[in-house]
Design a protein around this ligand. Sequence first.
Ligand code: ARG
Length: 567
Amino acid sequence: MRDKIITYLKKVVPRNTEINVTVPEKETFGHYSTNVAFQLAEHLGKTPVSVAEDIISHLRQKAPEEFFKKIEVVPPGFINFWIHDKALLSNLNHLLKKTSQWGKSDIGRGKTVRVEYFQPNVAKIPHVGHLRSAVIGDALKRMFITEGYTVVSDTHIGDWGTQFGILIYGYKSLSEQEKDEVKQNPVEKLNQLYIDETRLIEDDPERRKKAKEEFAKLERGDKENREIWQWMVDVSMEKFREIISQLNLLPFEKHRSESAYEDLMPEIVELSLRKKVAKKTDDGAVVVDLLDYGLDEAVLTKSDGASTYLLRDLATLKYWQRELDFWKNLYVVDVRQLHHFKQLFKVSELLGLKGVNESEHIEFGFMSLSEGAMSTRKGSVISLQSVLDDVVARAREVIQEKNPDLENADEVAKEVGIGALKYFDLSHHRKSNIIFNREEALSFEGDTGPYIQYTNARFLSILRKIGKTPNKMSEGETLDDTERLLLVALLRFPEVIESALEKRTPNTLAFYLHNLSQKANEFYHSHPVMQEESTGKKAFRVALARALSITFTSGLSLLGISAPKQM
Ligand code: ARG
């Protein structure tokens, strides 16, 4: 609808006028509204109101007769539009024909986006902090795909750095029996080993030196160290893949890790010294002075020659730019790394690396758990696995209470539990810090995932009872206000995806789906579908029910959330 309004407006305003069509907060200001008259007024030396009046008199001739029901100029110069019922109904038919293709577009055809998210670290337990990156990144990927972009998702696994010296040293110092114990439950034990060993080297410089040497040996390719390291990578990947599947994330195109860019690192260091972007300090470190940009000093290699996280990211950018010729390169990483990414982009720019202007840090705030939830684990880092287990178990109880006869209750509990967690995350602006409240997130009322899932299931149940339904209906039906507003909202779906993606804010879509659920439930309670006597009305309401289920299912799926048929 918005696209059409823009098309008609384009026919009546001078070329190159920027046209914004928005959705007013209240329906009394129209289904859509534009402020285009304000921009033109200045140029034309007229008042916005008179420009607006000119625009609408021409617009009436350019748009088909039954497209606008009403166009109104409101001082100081807004133009508000109401869409004609016939146009709404004709678009409803279009929606029904598209079914699962509804909402898709080809805006992104020919463009490739690299999205990097859910970057776990080898030998560390994935924790709640990793959840947001996974969930936000996955939703963005889904939206990009729906708009026709080619997406290459990557995890950029943290498998390199001095911490591996500490781990290898710690591991080698264990007795055979202790090593066996580690092998029983590797990721958790390695996680602990790192904590213990870090404590030990803190007051033992000799031990610290040895740990550093182990990393240097690893970087030089020492066989034994490489083998131990490879084993750590393998066991971590196994756990990691398990979580990807539990979270129902789209498969990743790549799991390239930090170590994969080893070869490119010396080149970057050389280049930066040659271009005098970096200098060698007295103790042999290579650093870039970014004080002029308010970004401190950036270290590329440490005094012992070890690579830094920053250097690995520079090498990564160089690699991907060469490999992919991406249109955008997105890093979904928490806000603590803001400084890191500023440094990365600045150094890349100084080095003349390509792809900097296309790169973006998609930052997000913290998620913590509300008091009471999982209190037994208070104090230590909360593993992602335990959060997933907990929310699914609780969803199972909720379902047991609400619908004890549900057949595939275990399956639905997963869909509802994981869906609730994801929705909770995605319904907040990614930059906000959020506190996950399990009970709130699992409620069937309010701004929650289960509320939307439940609304959808309601309409699916009507459709099941009705059986086969025609996928076209008369365009001459008269609509009441509830029906009309619901339909206008439904038809906005593609526009919402577009703006959610543009701002990289999945919460734009979540907000829309919540709002649509509220309108749908209002309709559900006040408008009988099956008992409706007029055949025409009944057909329209069935069509609405179908359109709703199509939109909810696709919308949830764009957020990575399943839409159970019953719950
Ligand atoms: N693995 C890192 C961490 O957990 C995040 C990696 C972010 N991505 C990047 N290209 N630096 O801190």
